[in-house]
Design a protein around this ligand. Structure first.
Ligand code: FES
Ligand SMILES: [Fe+2]
Length: 403
């Protein structure tokens, strides 16, 4: 059954090429997914190394989290103050709205001796220019160094070579996205979801509620869990009553619609609308919830009356931060007595049930005796996720060197 020519544990201390990582998954299929048949083709799950091994984690950081577009949250969160420091995967970043109105993202450190430029406590008092608090090197809002005291006599020093490092960013569907080494434009990356963004008017929606979680599980286990409802009857009896899992339809590779039960209007505690149904939806869309994973940083769940997003931020091989936001129409947020709680309570319970099974999987997979079992056909999208993940690792040869 197994095809690998080295034991999987050698991954962690040997030269682990991603081709080898792929082999240990026993994946023999093609890269193309048959969307109609919804079969996992007998594919096995990922090996335990993928959720435990620090070398795999390092490889993911260069192959995936540098080259894919990453959602950082609603654009509005970065424009409420004109300068916003934030951290992603240990990287210090700074969003700045320029004098020209353009939102840019920089590395949040000074080009002199690396001092953090702006802390969260300071962002409200930042002026038109960004002055380093250490030796007063000063940058404009386009990131150019405009003043560097006592540097005039320094041999070969040229101010224009010491601007803040810029990180490519773009705004799409009302979210700020960054990508350290873009392989395609954000527009191209998001193009499969354009019709969804338009129908649910995602760009115009506003955050009505937010919950944060710290989950003790590898980020991929969260993606895999979100990508199937095989677990719904056992883990989410309440959710299962609203969208019975056998009601799933075919859909895009990484997601698709589920039919709401006849007696339900949306996913909420009582199954009743929480927001006003979105006006551009057709009859079918008003009876469905669509679930999408946007690899590798986001889940998007569109309901007839609101949109739920999960931002997924890995913090270690076995820990993941999740920011869950509920987006409503402004007209709902302005309505006297509007209460997002029925949606928030419903999803908070569902989220916690999901995180618990992800954490149980993490702990079970950490056992050295664990070997992956086969996916059911109800896990065809999980199998597709794994294939996409392995292809992404393959895109960059591992630089893991023998210890
Ligand atoms: S570290 Fe910023 S001016 Fe010296
Ligand atoms: Fe679930």
């Amino acid at each position: 059954m197994w095809e690998f020519d080295k034991p999987y544990w050698e991954l962690c201390d040997g030269a682990a090429s991603s081709k080898m990582l792929r082999r240990i998954c026993n994946f023999k299929g093609t890269a193309t997914v048959n969307r109609e048949s919804r079969t996992a083709n007998g594919q096995l799950g990922l090996d335990r190394s993928f959720v435990t091994c620090a070398k795999v984690w390092e490889h993911e950081s260069s192959a995936i989290f540098r080259r894919d577009w990453l959602c950082m949250g609603r654009e509005a969160e970065f424009t409420s103050t004109s300068v916003t420091p934030f951290v992603y995967l240990g990287q210090q970043l700074l969003a700045v709205r320029g004098d020209d109105g353009v939102l840019r993202v920089f590395r949040n450190f000074c080009r002199h001796r690396g001092s953090l430029m702006v802390t969260p406590e300071e962002c409200a008092s930042v002026g038109q220019r960004l002055q380093c608090p250490y030796h007063a090197w000063t940058y404009d809002r386009q990131g150019c160094l405009v003043a560097a005291p006592n540097m005039d006599g320094v041999l070969g020093f040229e101010k224009q070579k010491f601007g803040l490092f810029e990180v490519p960013c773009a705004v799409g569907a009302g979210f700020l996205w960054i990508c350290f080494e873009p392989q395609e434009s954000l527009q191209a990356f998001l193009s499969p979801l354009q019709s969804v963004f338009q129908a649910w008017q995602v760009r115009e929606l506003c955050v009505g509620a937010e919950i944060q979680y710290q989950v003790q599980a590898n980020w991929k286990l969260l993606f895999q869990n979100y990508s199937e409802c095989y677990h719904c009857p056992t883990v989410h009896p309440a959710l299962n009553r609203l969208t019975p899992y056998l009601g799933s339809d075919t859909g895009p590779i990484l997601g698709g619609p589920m039919q709401l039960a006849e007696t339900c209007q949306t996913m909420s505690n009582e199954g009743q609308w929480v927001g006003t149904p979105l006006p551009l939806l057709d009859e079918d869309q008003r009876r469905q919830v669509h679930y999408f994973t946007i690899f590798p940083s986001m889940f998007l769940s569109v309901h007839p009356d609101y949109v739920l997003i999960h931002r997924i931020e890995p913090t270690s091989p076995h820990e993941t931060k999740v920011v869950c936001q509920f987006l409503f129409q402004q007209v709902d947020l302005d309505r006297l007595g509007f209460d997002p709680e029925p949606a928030v309570r419903f999803w908070d319970l569902t989220n916690r049930q999901d995180w618990e099974v992800c954490e149980r999987s993490q702990r079970g997979m950490e056992d050295p005796a664990y070997v992956p079992g086969p996916y059911s056909n109800l896990e065809s999208i999980v199998a597709a996720f794994d294939r996409h993940y392995l292809r992404s690792l393959d895109a960059v040869e591992s630089e893991v060197k023998p210890v």
